[in-house]
Design a protein around this ligand. Structure first.
Ligand code: BDR
Ligand code: CA
Length: 320
């Protein structure tokens, strides 16, 4: 049976790569894509999502617009916005040229129902069956939890790309982008979850990566989707190589690969985690992992600690 997914994202470059992998994989069915602010505005995230779906002929997947701001609009927004556009480009998709093959059907694909309502509805329509994949700030999911608390027990699994489990942040000293963009929302989700909840942290995804030589070969074909991937990733790959000095390991794409093929996640451990929502700009948005069980509290999060580059490359080669 195909895995039923809801993907919640702030469609920037790595979200786009994750969406393409999921949409083209034949063992998953995407029931909805819900958009949230983050790498860009929520309106731009929704437009980018439709543009991606149009490029891969998957405009049958419904897109829902969600929250345009964090629960508490605060001091970190400027930092979040500039960090998002510096990496993902001013339009969120690497400022790549648009295809000349007609404008994406934005109005037909973007539904009028709001993201949080759509999440609640779909969870009730498919109780116990939905794998939720969160690739952006957790605002939509937190709102859905608050809108209808009966959904909390009805997810099959929740997967979160976010957090810096060893406190090596990418947007603040200790904060990872998706959690730091809306700490209160992340705190609600992480405190309330009752289903298996997997976390793919910044450090874990960047621990490994495919070699750039492999990557160039993988993206050397001239199919429509490969050409699109080459264009939208050119700017961020440059930053990965020159500034971050990492191998090919886009966070949202690695997360999606592990969701689609759970054998790609090779090491996990279960812990009590919580989010720091204080107002100190250096510590706000920090994901705290109780590694040594000091608090003796419920172990709410399964943290992925390692993943297989070979499995990742195999999946990407097979699907794209
Ligand atoms: C996360 O932040 C965003 O910029 C990426 O899309 C990814 O979801 C990585 O920290
Ligand atoms: Ca993202």
């Amino acid at each position: 049976m195909k895995k039923k997914l809801i993907i919640d994202c702030d469609t920037g470059v790595d979200d786009a790569q994750a969406l393409i992998l999921a949409a083209l994989s034949n063992n998953v069915e995407i029931l909805a894509i819900t958009c949230v602010f983050g790498n860009n505005s929520v309106t731009q995230a929704a437009k980018n999502t439709v543009r991606v779906l149009h490029e891969i002929d998957c405009c049958h997947i419904p897109v829902y617009v969600g929250c345009e701001k964090p629960l508490k609009n605060d001091i970190m927004m400027d930092q979040i916005r500039s960090s998002g556009s510096a990496y993902h480009g001013s339009d969120g998709l690497g400022d790549a040229p648009h295809a000349t093959t007609g404008s994406p059907p934005y109005d037909a694909v973007i539904r009028s129902e709001k993201a949080a309502t759509a999440i609640c509805r779909l969870i009730h329509e498919h109780p116990g069956e939905i794998t939720f994949v969160a690739l952006g700030p957790l605002t939509n999911l937190a709102i859905a939890f608050r809108l209808d608390s009966s959904i909390v027990g009805l997810f099959k699994e929740i997967n979160i790309m976010g957090g810096a489990i060893h406190s090596q942040g990418n947007v603040t000293v200790v904060g990872e982008f998706n959690i730091a963009a809306d700490p209160e929302a992340a705190a609600i989700v992480i405190e309330d979850v009752v289903c298996p909840t997997n976390l793919f942290s910044r450090e874990t995804v960047n621990l490994n990566g495919a070699e750039w030589v492999w990557h160039s070969h993988w993206l050397s074909r001239d199919t429509k989707v490969v050409k699109f991937l080459r264009e939208i990733t050119a700017h961020s790959i440059d930053i990965d190589k020159t500034m971050w000095n990492v191998l090919f390991s886009p966070p949202d794409l690695v997360t999606m690969a592990c969701v689609i093929d759970s054998s790609i996640s090779t090491k996990e451990s279960v812990h009590h985690c919580f989010v720091n929502c204080d107002s100190n700009p250096h510590t706000r948005g920090q994901l705290i992992v109780d590694w040594r069980d000091h608090l003796n509290k419920n172990k709410n999060i399964t943290a992925c600690l390692d993943w297989s580059v070979d499995g990742f490359k195999e999946l990407l080669t097979k699907v794209i």
